[in-house]
Ligand binder design. Sequence first.
Ligand code: ADP
Length: 293
Amino acid sequence: MTRTSPESRHGILVVGSLHYDIMVEADHLPRRDETGVGSRWYPKFGGKGGNQAVAAARAGAPVRMLGAVGADDFGAFLTRHLAQAGVDGSAIAVIDGVGSGMSVAIADATGDYAATIVSGANLHIDPARLADPALWRGVGAVVLQNEVPEAVNLAAALGARAHGAKVLLNAAPARTLSPEFAALVDVLVVNAVEAEMLGTAPVTDLATAQDAALTLAARFGAVVVTAGAAGLALVDANDRAFTIPATRVKAVSSHGAGDCFTGTLAERLTRSLPLGEACAAASAAAARHVAGG
Ligand code: ADP
């Protein structure tokens, strides 16, 4: 077996979703059967997988992403954005006959919004691709979310096990996880809603986040429960529990805070930082993101 130096395991493989988001601004959300008139629209790179890949690259990690887009202009936009962010997109498949993942979100002047996501090509990732040893060269951690089929996540977690990489799951959006997959997760990251969906009591502050993390720690290697502007609670693999208050910032938008947090956390974990220190750095990066930085 070849010896692998710690430096060569600093890479991150993100397996997940890519969405072309169309953001519409209007003075009110349309009611049923109404055609509303908006004031502005713009396209945005999205998908939790894509956002986390970009965040990890910004944090300084070599990042490769495995995912799928359709053979359309939206897919070209997504792969171009990944390349510009310094993410290796050579494992993004272009699938004929299916559209790229996309969403339409309408936000009103108060910030209320409604959105519809179409997963499209994200549902067509072939799990067999995770068995390719070349994909895992230099990879210290794989980052997963719940916007692709669990068969893909399971194949990725098994690949990580086979190649000595850590498995970081951001279980978002909330869905039930099979025990087989859950057992392979080294670090689980969930927000308040997702924690509750996985069976905890409601999370409203750092104390309840701590309780939730302790509850989930019985099923996952280590657990981070984020609680928005309050901060986060964590239980590490040695069952040590901590809370970290969020950095106080003037919030511009908390949209995408969790993705920035998870991407940065992955980067710090591949540098072998203890989970508490990695979470503190990720929390600071998420606060900067929320402040518009
Ligand atoms: P998600 O975006 O997945 O719902 P959270 O809202 O819980 O996730 O945010 C993730 C992390 O981002 C928090 O634990 C915190 O560290 C940081 N964060 C979120 N909102 C704020 C805020 N208003 N001020 C400072 N930090 C924030």
